[in-house]
Design a protein around this ligand. Sequence first.
Ligand code: AP5
Ligand code: ZN
Length: 212
Amino acid sequence: PRILLLGPPGAGKGTQSSNIAGEFGVEHITTGDALRANKDMDISDMDTEYDTPREYMEQGELVPDAVVNAIVEEALTSADGFVLDGYPRNLEQAEELEGMTDLDVILSLDVSKEELVDRLTGRRVCDDCGANYHVEFSQPEQEGVCDECGGELIQRDDDTEEAVRNRLDVFEDNTAPVIGHYSDHAGFVEIDGEQTPDEVWTDVRAAIEEQA
Ligand code: AP5
Ligand code: ZN
């Protein structure tokens, strides 16, 4: 199936996308990971304010549409089924996506703002494989060490309190309207993202099985 996963920063999109990719054998397309892997690429020829994605990301601002649209377009050409995570983030990107593919399932993870701040400021990620942890909600077996690969767990540059607040504002202004836009689309399902990761996964899986 072709799945779109929407939700604010920290809603659990990355966590649930990994589950979806594993269970349904679809490709995980994530603009956030793609941009983090290419933070220092030169985008100055695209008439942007900054020369690389890094400056936008560290402040929690959106990277210019032309850059992200190209990433998604390229990823979609080789994907049959997919779960798309982190895109579209504004109505212009949503319009762009409509020209690229149809969607079978659109999931929206709903989580309150206070919970999002706790999740993001407590998140730790593996510097080697990108696996996600949380200092309270999802601890590794050994503190600071990745269960999957033994890599070092670090805090993302944009998980500081200040960047998190800005990301949540950017979400309200730009991305909340995207969720409104999709809410009457066929296959749209709202999921309570404030349950435990396993409970959220149960609901996500059921919604996909029902819609796809
Ligand atoms: P991106 O990487 O997409 O970040 P995000 O949307 O802010 O989302 P996160 O990765 O922070 O959170 P998530 O929803 O995946 O939650 P997670 O599963 O990790 O984007 C980063 C930046 O890139 C943007 O700010 C922007 O600059 C740029 N960018 C990306 N896409 C763009 C686009 N389309 N256009 C323009 N710019 C773009 O979970 C979070 C934490 O909570 C983890 O610690 C996890 O363990 C924990 N957790 C997860 N689920 C639960 C649960 N149910 N209960 C308790 N804890 C939980
Ligand atoms: Zn790792």
